[in-house]
Design a binder for this molecule. Structure first.
Ligand code: 4NP
Length: 186
C-alpha cells in the first residue's frame, strides 16, 4: 500500500513543533466554507485519534462577520448530516491581532483567498496552499463561494470538504510520523 501523499501532490509542510500539527482553514467571510471545513475536519481528526495532536482554526480574509455564528444555511447543512455547527464564531485573518502565520498549514478555499493571504507577506509562503490542492477531483480548483447562491451550493461544499478531509487527515498522520519512518512522510 502506498502512502497517502504519494498520489495527492507534494508532501505537507513539516510541523513547527514535532508531534503537533496546526491547520488554519481560510475563506472570505469565515461563516460558510472554512467553518464547514473546520467542523468536518474535526470529526475526521477525532476518528483518526489525532485530536490531541492536531489543532484546527478557521478565519476569513474579510472582517465583516467577526464574532458571528456560521451562516444559517451552512449550519443547517452540517446539522442535516449530523455535525454540530454551534460553537463557531467568525474570526479575521489579521496577523496583527492573532498569529495566524504560526500555523503549520493555511488552506485557502479559492484563488482570491490565496492572493489575499500571500499579499499579507507570510514568512513561509509554502505553508499557504489551496484547500483543493489535495482534492483528487479537479485538484487546485476553487471551493466555490456558496454565499450568494442556493442551498445546493452548501451541499457541494460539504462533499468537497469531506473528500479533501479523507486525504488531508491521513497526510497529517504521515507527516506526524515523520520522515524516514515506514508509512511516514517522504
Ligand atoms: P465564505 O462565504 O467566504 O465561505 O464564508 C462568504 C460569506 C460572506 C461574504 C462572502 C462570502 N460576504 O461578502 O459577506
Amino acid at each position: 500500500m502506498s502512502t497517502p501523499t504519494a498520489h495527492h501532490g507534494p508532501a505537507l509542510p513539516a510541523p513547527g513543533t514535532p508531534g503537533r500539527y496546526a491547520v488554519a482553514l481560510v475563506c472570505l467571510g469565515n461563516i460558510c466554507r472554512s467553518p464547514m471545513a473546520e467542523v468536518v475536519l474535526a470529526e475526521v481528526v477525532a476518528a483518526a485519534g489525532l485530536q490531541d495532536q492536531v489543532t484546527l482554526d478557521s478565519c476569513g480574509t474579510g472582517a465583516w462577520h467577526v464574532g458571528e455564528p456560521m451562516d444559517r444555511r451552512a449550519a443547517a447543512t452540517l446539522a442535516t448530516h449530523g455535525l454540530d455547527p454551534s460553537s463557531h464564531r467568525a474570526r479575521h485573518l489579521d496577523p496583527a491581532v492573532e498569529s495566524w502565520f504560526a500555523h503549520d498549514l493555511l488552506l485557502v478555499m479559492d484563488a482570491d483567498n490565496l492572493r489575499d493571504v500571500l499579499a499579507l507577506d507570510p514568512p513561509d509562503p509554502d505553508r499557504v496552499r489551496l484547500f483543493r490542492s489535495l482534492d483528487p477531483v479537479d485538484p487546485g480548483a476553487d471551493v466555490p463561494d456558496p454565499y450568494c447562491g442556493g442551498d445546493d451550493g452548501f451541499e457541494g461544499v460539504l462533499s468537497t470538504v469531506r473528500r479533501v478531509a479523507d486525504v488531508l487527515v491521513p497526510g497529517i498522520a504521515a507527516t506526524l510520523r515523520g520522515p524516514g519512518v515506514p508509512g511516514g512522510a517522504p
